[in-house]
Design a binder for this molecule. Sequence first.
Ligand code: MF3
Ligand code: CO
Length: 282
Amino acid sequence: MRSGGVMFRRPGAIEIKNREQLAMMRRAGLVVAEALTACGEACVDGVTTAELDGIAASVLTRRDAGSSFRGYHGYPAVLCVSVNDEVVHGIPGERVLRTGDLVSIDFGAVVEGWHGDAAVTVAVGAVPRDLAELSDTTRAALWAGLSAALPGGRLGDVGAAVEDTVRSVGRGYGILRDYVGHGIGSRMHMEPAVPNFGPAGRGPKLRPGMAIAIEPMVTLGSEEVYVHDDDWTVSTVDRSFAAHWEHTVAITADGPWVLTALDGGAAHFTEAGIPSPAQART
Ligand code: MF3
Ligand code: CO
């Protein structure tokens, strides 16, 4: 979401979900995971971005879920598809994807009023190594942020973990500052804003029942972006390519629960030695 929006002007309490509400968010998250998997597999040379939107819409129908995106401030589709120098919020249409394109796909679903939101970056066919590294680094940064979503920690720990991971590769990548992650639950965008940068140990305390969408947006060049005349598509000013990865995670007493990952994050957290409720209940 865009930083400096309404949330900053009217800071409110962070929504705390009970078990049943988190279970509903998990249902939404699994719909998101299923749709993104299907869209990722369909991301081949010759497909149009509107066709990807249709695939995501059919998952919503099949799972009896709603779209978090369609109608949000007038957004016209269920998916955002952002290609190459587009970073986020690309509107699906007649554009044909070609081998070598780097495509970020962002999707949100709502079940019984509870939202899930996630994004993946997919390469169409073979892409140059610097693009694959950009996407891999952005995904690793997302997982570093998810791993910092610990009860008793602070929100700043998340942004610091994301930023440290991106900076650690030493490639001079840009991290968007105009767009950030967000709290999520009974609405898609809620308190708190979740920046992908900043010092650890600051900001609100992370408590069980909170849920946030962490979404690093990283470029091969500058972090400066502009919005197209369609009022949505966000592109880099220097035309450098970008990657965007996102998950919705619940903070629980037992550790992070990645609601939009099929396994809840179990595989990653087990390997990293981080306790997670996903290891018990996927
Ligand atoms: N994950 C994106 C965000 O949080 C979703 C944008 S939804 C749209 O900003 F409806 F605004 F497109
Ligand atoms: Co989001």
